[in-house]
Design a protein around this ligand. Structure first.
Ligand code: AMP
Length: 305
């Protein structure tokens, strides 16, 4: 089964307390699509300008990512710049240049419309809804979002999340969205707005998954070296969606989702080991499987008695 990924494609400039790199491949869709491509074929929808390096397009192509939905239009590619604080958990946006992204209208090629798993990576919720309007009976719809849309487009976001199966957001966003300090309450409250499942990411502290009377708390793989946290959330979502697609067309159960969350977390843990998508370029399935097993051993504990 394939995954449809729509989101931003960017050239990023990222500064951490120890390094700064400019014009890196980035964007929510880039991380999500490459993350998903480890497990399944990807149908990719996004926009770039004439300045977008050819080598990045070839990288996507080489990763089992279908590019019929990639629009190349006149103008400059979306650019984002961010700076991380010492803890590498918090960051500030230094600049945003929307460029060709300003007039982005995500159009699904005919061949993408029946893609069974849809991942709406972070873009304006109105555009995410527009993608769903064009889809034909998807089996499972996942949406990611960010604080900006909670601030400036909450009604659009509410309309979108009524149509998705799984909403992914981070802890700060879940609190901002619901006004709850407790993430457990926030997760339950968001579920009442429509999504069958909610995943709340907690950065280096892992992730909480909420379903109906079901709950899963997944840690984060402990890393010695984090170089660039950019795109961790998008890689997580991509790995999760790709893993679900790899399961074929059986029912998507809470147990499947738990395993998908762990796969997403493993992929995100690799992604932050280098800037941009560099670590994903050399990553193998054997690396993923080995870390999955180590992660399982670290997280497991015995029954009492
Ligand atoms: P994350 O670290 O998961 O928040 O994702 C970072 C990526 O999101 C970067 O590569 C940016 O290019 C991209 N990004 C930043 N702002 C936006 C936005 N307003 N809409 C879509 N993508 C964005």
């Amino acid at each position: 089964m394939s995954v449809l990924v729509v989101g931003s494609i960017a050239l990023d400039t990222v500064k951490t307390p120890v390094e700064e790199h400019a014009d890196l491949l980035g964007g929510s869709a880039s991380y999500a699509a490459v993350g998903a491509s480890f497990f399944s074929r990807v149908n990719f929808v996004g926009v770039v300008g004439g300045d977008f390096p050819r080598e990045h397009v070839e990288f996507f192509r080489g990763r089992n990512i279908d590019l019929e939905g990639l629009q190349t239009v006149e103008g400059k590619t979306f650019r984002w710049s961010g700076e991380y604080h010492w803890d590498l958990n918090t960051r500030e946006t230094r600049s945003v240049e929307l460029n060709v992204f300003e007039h982005f209208n995500p159009e699904l090629p005919e061949s993408y419309r029946a893609t069974p798993i849809i991942l709406l990576a972070n873009i304006a919720p109105k555009l995410q809804s527009h993608v769903l309007d064009q889809a034909e009976q998807p089996r499972f719809v996942i949406a990611d979002t960010m604080d900006l849309w909670i601030d400036i487009a909450k009604d659009d976001l509410l309309a979108l999340i009524a149509r998705v199966d799984l909403l992914i957001l981070n802890d700060g966003e879940a609190r901002q969205f619901t006004g709850e300090t407790s993430l457990v309450r926030a997760g339950a409250q968001i579920r009442k707005l429509g999504p069958k499942y909610v995943a709340i990411k907690k950065g280096e502290h892992g992730c909480l998954l909420f379903g109906e009377d079901q709950f899963f708390s997944c840690g984060a793989y402990p890393l010695e070296d984090i170089h660039d946290p950019t795109g961790a959330g998008d890689t997580f979502a991509g790995g999760l969606a790709g893993y679900l697609a790899s399961l074929g067309d059986g029912e998507i159960t809470f147990d499947n989702l738990r395993r998908a969350v762990v796969h997403g977390s493993v992929l995100a843990s690799f992604n932050v080991e280098a800037f941009s998508l560099e670590r994903l370029r050399s990553l193998t399935m054997a690396d993923i499987e080995q870390r999955y097993q180590l992660f399982r051993l670290m997280s497991h504990f015995e029954v009492l008695g």
